[in-house]
Design a protein around this ligand. Structure first.
Ligand SMILES: [Fe+2]
Ligand SMILES: [Fe+2]
Length: 176
């Protein structure tokens, strides 16, 4: 014969088991959501990395192609951006590996441009895309709880905004 207290304990057992099972399932679901966020973040950072590698190639080739009386100004202008974009690519590749991902090695295609003006406009479009992408990344980093990635995204937005504003000012009074 079981005492009343033992009867109550036995009756409560399935409820307790259900609660434990529900808690474990919840934890698993939260872990899966976390994994999904990390996978999305790595994929996004890889897209950014492709963009930065594309930017390095873009500035390098445009510097070679700049022509005419403005070449002495434009070639060093394009070359001067390579260091910033390389630093961004280096940071992103390191971060992808730190998160457990594999850095991609295929750059984003560089748009063909055959005049100084077309090259400046293509550069401006790429910088604007980078600003939009890092603004999204900033929010993703915030949601993921990675303060350093959030700060780095802010810094990269500042760098790309500087690049875009310099290019806009050159284009503003472009003679032809
Ligand atoms: Fe960049
Ligand atoms: Fe840039």
């Amino acid at each position: 014969m079981l005492g009343a207290a033992q009867e109550r304990a036995r009756a409560a057992l399935p409820t307790a088991r259900r609660r434990i099972a529900a808690a474990l399932t919840g934890r698993k679901e939260r872990a899966m959501i976390g994994d999904g966020r990390k996978t999305d973040l790595i994929a996004s950072l890889n897209d950014d990395l492709a963009g930065e590698m594309g930017a390095v190639i873009q500035y390098l080739t445009y510097a070679a192609k700049a022509s005419g009386p403005f070449r002495p100004e434009l070639a060093p202008y394009f070359t001067g951006e390579i260091a910033d974009e390389t630093a961004h690519a280096q940071y992103l590749a390191g971060k992808i590996v730190a998160l457990g991902g594999e850095p991609m090695t295929t750059p984003r295609p560089v748009p063909p441009a055959h005049t100084n003006r077309a090259m400046l406009e293509a550069v401006l479009a790429a910088e604007h895309q980078a600003i939009r992408d890092y603004t999204t990344r900033l929010a993703q980093a915030e949601a993921y709880g990675d303060v350093v990635l959030r700060v780095q995204s802010e810094n990269q937005i500042a760098d790309e905004t500087g690049h875009a504003e310099k290019t806009e000012r050159i284009l503003r009074d472009w003679p032809v």
